[in-house]
Design a protein around this ligand. Structure first.
Ligand code: SAM
Ligand code: SF4
Length: 432
């Protein structure tokens, strides 16, 4: 069936448009706006072609500011099956033929991908995801940098080394000027997006977070990603108004039972609500999951991927579970690298135009896994840029790998990809 996408001139107009269309029984889907439209709103509305005329009239009558309505380009990967191993499992071949022909994958199709094994099948899945990545986001690996500014947390997530009951952690908090100063150093490296990450630390009140955002914006004009956990609707709104661009809040798993078992302080529906508020405020909306949680199945992961699609998520962080000393899961085995890579690949094939990091958690479990992720659909690396005196104390899991500009550069080159032009190569020894 043919589709069209509606691109609005602001997030507010996009959300109003979506509401009006739904009220008039027009089925809509929110998707990341394709980059070629260079829109101020990062989300587009996808509708069936037969609704275009009615939708256009409705939006005009309601004074919605439109950038335009365009035919939705189906991403076909023509010639894919010829490029990959012919000797595939039949079910997988059927799924990859769908990818070749631009047909949307179902939950069962994703389960086929996630249940595949053997070199020939896996290399074909990774090749397909790599072709999709190349076709939608190109060869440049976006490099972002995280400042882990506090390891104090009011919550007790079962998997996380920063949980409040873990008394073996030496806690720290960076003050506002120290955070801004660290961001200024990143600006010199050429970094364009800084990620401010922390435990859920109430010392950073709404006013303090706003002050940090405003100061970093004023001093560096960098894009700001917040990864500070659950807050209320008003706070998310005010952080966005102060200048935050992106937010990363992972659902971790869409299996409600597992979510409940590992989150003694959290409510699944509130976590989803938070993600909806982030979307409503026009954030570039980050989500993600942990692979290898107790009781998690391939079908659970397939449902996670479809949840990201339904929510119109723009960035998906996928990392294996890594055991952390001092937590209830400290003796539980780490998540499987192969399953994590298959999840990265399936996410690229289903969501297409999204940011997918090659995560630090992957690099922690297998030192080559970041390169493997870059070759299986990932297109971003997050540097750990926390000042060295605090770094070893931000132990969300044990033996956390250090990802700096040097290691990121090596991974990018080894994966045969390109560094972003904005990075100052004087900071990389190997580049000379
Ligand atoms: N407190 C904020 C939150 O929970 O969103 C941000 C910081 S939290 C440490 C960032 C992410 O770390 C979580 O979303 C979770 O996926 C990941 N994480 C924590 N412990 C982990 C573990 N043991 N293995 C893998 N990922 C883990
Ligand atoms: Fe705190 Fe986030 Fe760790 Fe949960 S995952 S304990 S909220 S830092």
């Amino acid at each position: 069936m043919e589709h069209y996408i509606i691109i609005c001139n602001s997030t507010q107009h996009m959300l109003n448009a979506d509401k009006i269309l739904k009220q008039n029984d027009i089925k809509t889907e929110l998707i990341p706006a394709p980059s070629e439209y260079g829109s101020v709103c990062s989300t587009a509305i996808k509708i069936n072609a037969y609704n275009v005329d009615v939708a256009e009239k409705l939006l005009k009558d309601n004074s919605i500011s439109l950038k335009g309505i365009y035919p939705y380009k189906i991403r076909k990967l023509e010639g894919l099956i010829d490029k990959i191993n012919k000797d595939l499992n039949d079910d997988l071949k059927t799924v990859l033929k769908k990818v070749e022909n631009g047909i949307e994958l179902t939950e069962d199709d994703i389960v086929v991908i996630l249940s595949s094994s053997g070199d020939k099948n896996l290399s074909s899945i990774f090749r397909a995801a790599d072709e999709m990545r190349k076709s939608v986001v190109g060869d440049i690996v976006d490099i972002r940098a995280a400042i882990e500014f506090s390891n104090i947390c009011r919550k007790n997530c079962f998997y996380c080394g920063l949980r409040r009951d873990n008394l073996s952690v030496e806690r720290y908090r960076m003050d506002i000027d120290e955070i801004v100063q660290t961001a200024k150093e990143l600006k010199k490296m050429g970094i364009k997006t800084v990620i401010l990450q922390s435990g859920e630390d109430p010392w950073y009140t709404e006013d303090k977070i706003i002050e940090i955002i405003k100061k970093i914006k004023k001093e560096t004009n960098m894009r700001i990603t917040l990864s500070i956990g659950e807050r209320n609707q008003e706070e998310y709104k005010h952080f966005r108004e102060a200048g935050a661009n992106n937010f990363l809040l992972k659902i971790e798993t869409t299996n409600r039972e597992i979510f409940k078992n590992i989150h003694p302080d959290d409510d699944f529906d509130y976590r989803v609500k938070c993600s909806e508020w982030l979307r409503e405020n026009g954030y570039v909306n980050g989500n993600g999951n942990i692979i290898g949680l107790p009781g998690q199945t391939a079908r659970d992961i397939a449902k996670d991927i479809l949840f990201f699609k339904d929510m119109g998520i723009h960035m998906v962080g996928i990392g294996p579970f890594v055991p952390a000393t001092g937590t209830p899961l400290e003796t539980y085995p780490h998540g499987d690298v192969e399953m994590t890579l298959k999840t990265v690949a399936a996410t690229r094939l289903v969501l297409k135009n999204v940011f997918i990091p090659a995560t630090t958690a992957l690099a922690t479990v297998d030192k080559d896994a970041q390169v493997k992720a870059l070759m299986a659909g990932a297109n971003t690396i997050m540097l750990i840029s926390t000042p060295s005196k605090y770094r070893s104390r931000y132990k969300i899991y044990s033996n956390k790998n250090m990802v700096d500009l040097q290691t990121a550069y090596r991974a990018v080159i080894k994966a045969g990809r390109k560094m972003p032009p904005y990075i100052n190569l004087d900071y990389i020894k190997d580049s000379k």
